[in-house]
Write a protein that binds this ligand. Sequence first.
Ligand code: IPD
Length: 310
Amino acid sequence: TTSELESYLEFGIHLAKLAGPVILEGFNSRFSPERSALLVKKGNTADLVTEWDQKVEKLVRAEIAEKMKDHSFIGEETVAGGEECGLTDAPTWIVDPIDGTTNFVHGFPFVAISIGLTINQEPVMGVIYNPILNQLFTAAKGQGAYLSKIDENPREQGKRLPLSSPHPALPLPTLSMALVAGEYGSDRTTEIIDPKVRSMRNLSAREPSSLAPGRAVGHAHGIRCLGSAAMNMMALAQGQVDVYWEVGCWEWDVCAGIIIIRETGGVVVDGCGREVTDGQLLTGRRFLCVRACSDEKGNTSPEATLAAQT
Ligand code: IPD
């Protein structure tokens, strides 16, 4: 129900308030002599986890277990620790304690906690909080998306997304006028990285490539990689980039972002253009986000955005 969703959103904001100061403390102490001790290597040298990721996830998970007793939990570090957590129809909190861990380690300020909630495997509530820039993005299904500061009431003091000014929801530009976000991701094996490099090349080059004959698609205005799926998605939710695509993200990277984008009137689709509203596509690791577009009457909605894609 609407009031249940409102209370989950309030609880999601409460979790962000708990986690924010811890993330900030870690971010600010990263140049201390113990810095190297904070780093633990995961799968490879481009896939980092710090003790702060683990600390924040533990904190958030314990709070959810205490206050939302019947709910399930999926967290990046819990899964990395080997725990089985498959997605079920139960209300499930899907959390990335620090999205943009590489940014966190280097002091690049696009770092956020991403807190999503699914019910019947559909993302219905999302909170993304960047404590370094003090940006809180929130949405619940059917209730709109907002950008505020952490100590503000999103609806009363925040801004509704997409921003009506200075970025009205314009018609989707052609690719040659679009600002596109994308990431190389942390899997740097040849079979993964080569197609990504080719896609970046096709998005940038004026001339066809000998690597992909006939595939020059008209270069985009530019390509941006913010180093955090959540932050790329929130740049799109604000109307700062037109498209964001990534292959390889996990459900905790995108769950909160999906509902926030959808509530702005944008869409997130999989590799075949199907809107990501169920568990299978949510865990499918292929995502293309398109920012909100308006129809000819000026209405902004996911349907108008999907129609503009075709
Ligand atoms: C990663 C970041 C990165 C994206 C990866 C994610 P993490 O999350 O969002 O930008 O390219 O796909 O897994 O490891 O920093 O939580």
